[in-house]
Design a binder for this molecule. Structure first.
Ligand code: GLN
Length: 257
């Protein structure tokens, strides 16, 4: 029986489809964060789930009714200035997608900082965020660079690995859940052992890598959230051969550099 038939048999839905929106690839797309879009696309296609990928670039409007997963990558302070202005223009649509429609968001580093209330760089004006995550970021005088291993209780494997490269120090306001807890590396601020933040289906993290190929279970977790939100039922994902991803993951556990 082919995968599409399995999907249909288990859900009664003949054609599963997920729409992904890549926010500002023209502004925030460093450290290979594009690999996260490829991981989502391939892990959906390998399960014969149709994928549509759209880009929202400078000047574009976000169609909050259209997409199931939103991705925004990292960037230097300079690119973040433009991205901050652009995100303000789409603030209402982004909130409607995340808060009203429970869309899945994955925001990396600079993109993560701008989902909070603001990012205050070392020089220049405060960059206003969209306030989707109840957190704020201020520039530190040290750049955190290196591998990160974190504890992820919501995953069977219990670990998440990645690579951090940021000078911003992010602080979660009271009641805001961290994404994971750091065991090796710095995470949000190098002090409180938190890494990233989560609100509903919105995930912010400092982890480059890219994070999803090295953590296939987390990638599938996001896919499952998006399918459940769209089709109002838990859709079992076909098990894939993750030998290469698992090797990459294990190779980085507790590795400082
Ligand atoms: N410019 C921000 C910082 O240095 C984000 C960097 C990034 O996206 N890697 O903290």
């Amino acid at each position: 029986m082919n995968i599409r038939a399995i999907n249909s048999k288990s859900t009664g839905i003949s054609e599963l489809k997920i729409s992904i929106c890549h926010l500002y690839p023209d502004l925030l797309n460093i450290y290979g964060d594009m690999g996260n879009i490829l991981a989502l696309k391939n892990r959906l296609k390998w399960r014969d789930i149709e994928v549509e990928i759209s880009e929202v670039k400078t000047g574009d409007r976000v169609n909050y009714k259209k997409h199931d997963i939103y991705f925004i990558g990292g960037g230097q302070d300079q690119q973040q200035i433009m991205a901050s202005l652009e995100l303000q223009r789409n603030k209402e649509a982004i909130h409607k997608a995340a808060v009203d429609n429970d869309a899945v968001f994955l925001a990396i580093c600079g993109g993560y900082q701008l989902l909070g209330h603001y990012y205050q760089p070392l020089e220049g004006d405060k960059l206003i965020g969209v306030g989707l995550l109840d957190a704020y970021t201020v520039a530190g005088d040290t750049r955190f660079i290196g591998n990160v291993t974190a504890k992820a209780k919501f995953l069977k494997r219990k670990t998440i690995v990645g690579f951090e490269n940021h000078s911003g120090l992010t602080y979660l306001n009271k009641g805001t859940k961290p994404f994971v807890k750091v065991s090796v590396g710095h995470g949000n601020n190098g002090k409180d052992k938190t890494e990233g933040a989560r609100y509903k289906n919105v995930f912010g993290t400092y982890l480059h890598g890219p994070v999803l190929p090295k953590n296939p279970e987390f990638c599938d977790y996001l896919i499952s959230l998006a399918l459940k939100k769209k089709y109002n039922c838990d859709i079992p994902l076909l098990k894939l051969n993750d030998d290469i991803e698992t090797f990459a993951h294990k190779d980085r556990i507790n590795a400082k550099y």
